[in-house]
Design a protein around this ligand. Structure first.
Ligand code: SAH
Ligand code: SF4
Length: 347
């Protein structure tokens, strides 16, 4: 029998569940606090619960965390990549980045990804399954424990497409920012999507204060569709208005990720098209030279080309930054996370 996952439950759901075991509501509060504030991963740690209840819970339920199989620390910066094993043996990766304003964890939301972007290592083997909210929270718990650090910012930019796992991702957002739990401020959370329009609109309706990052990578449909199959389903004429709706509903400026690929989307014409696409829209563009993934054959442009592209956007009135690539020496940079079968794959 599959055990009930208590880490994925809201306090209200926990209360209802414990009522089925004849337990009063305050037990739910205690368990929620053990799991989300006191880092418990086993019922035996919950010393203020009666032993008999701990026994029943251990039999029927789980609060376990993913296992760290391996971690790799960058020699160039303070980036650390984690390889986790989930309870069913599947493996995922997360990345801790150290910034002047605090520690950020880039978490995975799925095992693999079905979106098939032409430049990304995660998509190469398709999606195996969605992660649960507990498995997303568990990446934070374990990273903090392993590095004795405090994760102050979370980006949903690891393996997987968060909006293709909408229910569990929203549950994760609720739990991670719950005042009785980790209480992470929504403004310290960024969700990155390849552009699943109906889900962007659904998220906008929730009016959360999280940052929405949209992976754009091209300003015309032909090129975007060749790089990102999702564009064949929802073209730019639908995607950009959905981003505008997100801004209108939440008041949060949308970030557009633009990975520059040598000879493909890095010309001054492409920069001009991007200016045309985003003009009159309070947003931000994050440029990033593509990170090499052997199987894709795509290469980053020279520093000069990146600079010129950024300068052209700026001149066109677009707010733009060029993102530093962190953890490149441990293949921890954007798009380099992949599903690993063997620990020996992990260098
Ligand atoms: N699925 C979501 C989030 C995970 S990917 C999304 O696509 O937005 C996180 C970011 O890495 C996205 O902006 C994605 O386009 C980018 N990315 C993927 N492969 C990359 C690569 N090889 N180099 C640079 N960025 C890449
Ligand atoms: Fe999936 Fe994002 Fe990679 Fe595209 S870039 S395949 S959406 S993880």
């Amino acid at each position: 029998m599959e055990k009930t996952d208590l880490r994925s439950m809201t306090p209200e759901e926990l209360t209802a569940f414990l009522a089925t075991l004849g337990q009063p509501a305050y037990r739910a509060k205690q368990i929620f606090s053990w799991v989300h504030q006191k880092h418990a991963s086993d019922f035996s740690e919950m010393t203020d619960l009666p032993a008999s209840l701990r026994e029943i819970l251990a039999e029927k339920c789980t609060v376990e965390l993913p296992k760290i199989l391996h971690l790799a620390a960058s020699k160039q910066d303070e980036t650390v990549k984690f390889l986790f094993e989930l309870s069913d043996g599947n493996r995922i990766e997360s990345v801790r980045m150290h910034y002047h304003y605090g520690d950020t964890l880039c978490i995975s939301t799925q095992v693999g990804c079905n979106m098939g972007c032409a430049f990304c290592a995660t998509g190469l083997s398709g999606k195996i399954r969605d992660l649960t909210a507990a498995e997303m929270l568990g990446q934070i718990e374990k990273a903090e424990e392993a590095l004795s650090c405090h994760i102050s910012h979370v980006v949903l930019m690891g393996m997987g497409e968060p909006l293709d796992n909408f229910g569990q991702v929203v549950r994760f957002l609720d739990l991670v920012s719950h005042p009785m739990g980790r209480n992470l401020t929504a403004r310290h959370i960024t969700l990155s999507t390849c552009g699943i329009v109906p889900k962007i609109l659904a998220l906008a309706e929730q009016k959360r204060q999280i940052t929405l990052a949209v992976s754009l990578h091209a300003a015309d449909n032909l090129r975007r569709s060749s790089l990102m199959p999702v564009n064949r389903r929802w073209e730019l004429s639908e995607l950009i208005p959905a981003c505008k709706t997100y801004f209108e509903k939440t008041g949060r400026r949308v970030t557009f990720e633009y990975a520059l690929i040598a000879g493909e989307n890095d010309s001054s014409d492409e920069a001009d098209r991007l200016i045309g696409l985003l003009k009159d829209f309070p947003c931000h563009v994050n440029l990033i030279p593509i990170n090499p993934v052997e199987e894709t054959g795509k290469k980053p442009p020279s520093k000069g080309v990146v600079k010129a592209f950024a300068a052209r956007l700026e001149k066109g009135g677009i707010s733009v930054t060029s993102r530093r690539t962190l953890g490149a020496d441990i293949d921890a940079a954007c798009g380099q996370l992949r599903r690993r079968k063997e620990q020996t794959d992990f260098v």
